[in-house]
Design a protein around this ligand. Structure first.
Ligand SMILES: [Mg+2]
Length: 370
């Protein structure tokens, strides 16, 4: 396959409701939408999940744009690409910048699937036709507000409730949730808000029978997490610390976690995400797919990845309407009783809505060799 044109667009979409994590509150989401075109008029799409500031990892929208423009686009434009799984090797001499790499690699995977006229899920080797999803609830101002959000998520049929925690919004809050809902699957995501000195507090979480605690310690740590995992019963799930299949291998060998959250952007693309999925499957370690407040395009990639068979835990890919007044795909992602039906159309399986894309685009740039 050959990419003859790449178009980057900077979009900004308002969230339906503010979303708060231990690293900040979002009221809208800026992101880069990548479109790659072949000579036959087909387009492949993906988005960068980098935020506007480096809260989650070191990347930002601006650093992604620079990496794409100066380094990554020139490596793929007008080059003969045998298979999209080769793209991550074409980028391997460029360190990190995983979200930038993933944005263009994902668009090439979508284009490949469209050229073959098969769904992206099938191109990845995924077989599940329906996937279970949960909902991720940010830190709320009050416990009654949190309970109301949980109630609404349960009423919509979501398969598990993930709540964000941080110091001051943890043990007592989870206790109230557990008292109200003794049996529902709950997990807590700390986004690196604790340190090993908080071990006594983290041990108290064992009483609540959580599915897991996600990324309690530093965003680049796998050593202290191993110490913590040996001390607590609650399974640790790593998110921020795992950037590659090598990181995953080391974390599993150290005993730093029992579950891995795979985010396509964090690990540099679908190919690396599939390698982590394979490694975890060989070692009987469950995985699930995390969310980054994606638009429908990123959501569609998450859905395709989640059709691989070791995604045995519900992911974060909730319905478009949970996040957006209007999404940029048609139809929007919908969830029925906590289940998404995987689309069967070619590529990401949803049509990109150009009118909506134009409405949310603040600037864009075309790249060709002509
Ligand atoms: Mg997380």
């Amino acid at each position: 396959m050959k990419i003859t044109e790449v178009r980057l667009r900077h979009l900004n979409m308002d969230l339906v409701a503010p979303f708060t994590t231990s690293f900040g509150t979002f009221v809208d989401k800026e992101f880069i939408l990548v479109e790659v075109k072949n000579g036959e008029g087909l387009s492949g799409w993906a988005e960068s999940v980098a935020f506007s500031a480096p809260w989650y990892n070191e990347e930002t929208i601006k650093t992604n744009w620079t990496m794409l423009e100066d380094f990554l686009i020139p490596l793929v434009l007008d080059k003969e690409i045998e298979h999209p799984r080769d793209v991550s090797d074409m980028f391997s001499h460029i360190r990190k910048n995983n979200m930038a790499k993933s944005a263009i690699e994902g668009a090439i995977w979508d284009l490949y699937a469209k050229e073959k006229n098969i769904p992206l899920s099938m191109a990845l080797g995924g077989e599940l036709e329906k996937i279970d999803v949960g909902i991720s609830i940010g830190i709320q101002k009050t416990v009654p507000e949190l309970l109301a959000k949980i109630e609404a998520g349960l009423k919509d049929g979501y398969k598990r409730i993930k709540m964000k925690i941080q110091p001051g919004w943890d043990v007592d809050v989870i206790r109230e949730v557990r008292n109200r809902y003794p049996d529902i699957p709950i997990m807590a995501d700390a986004n690196s808000a604790y340190r090993l000195k908080d071990i006594e507090l983290l041990k108290q979480l064992d009483q609540f029978d959580l599915m897991m605690i996600e990324q309690p310690l530093s965003s680049d740590d796998i050593v202290d997490h191993a110490t913590l995992q040996a001390e607590i019963k609650t399974p640790i799930c790593l998110d921020e610390s795992v950037h590659s299949v090598e990181d995953a291998r080391k974390a599993l060998e150290l005993g730093s976690c029992k579950i891995i959250n795979i985010k396509i952007g964090r690990v540099g693309g679908l190919t690396e995400a599939m390698k982590i999925h394979e490694l975890c499957k060989e070692r009987n370690v469950p995985v699930w797919c995390g969310g980054m407040l994606e638009s429908g395009v990123g959501r569609a990639h998450n859905i395709a990845l989640t059709t691989l068979d070791n995604f045995t835990m519900p992911g974060d890919t909730a319905a478009s309407a949970n996040y957006w007044h209007q999404d940029i795909i048609q139809p929007e992602v919908t969830v029925n009783d906590g289940v998404i039906t995987v689309p069967k159309a070619a590529g990401i399986g949803y049509e990109v809505d150009y009118a909506a894309v134009d409405e949310f685009t603040s600037y864009s740039k075309r790249y060709t060799n002509k």
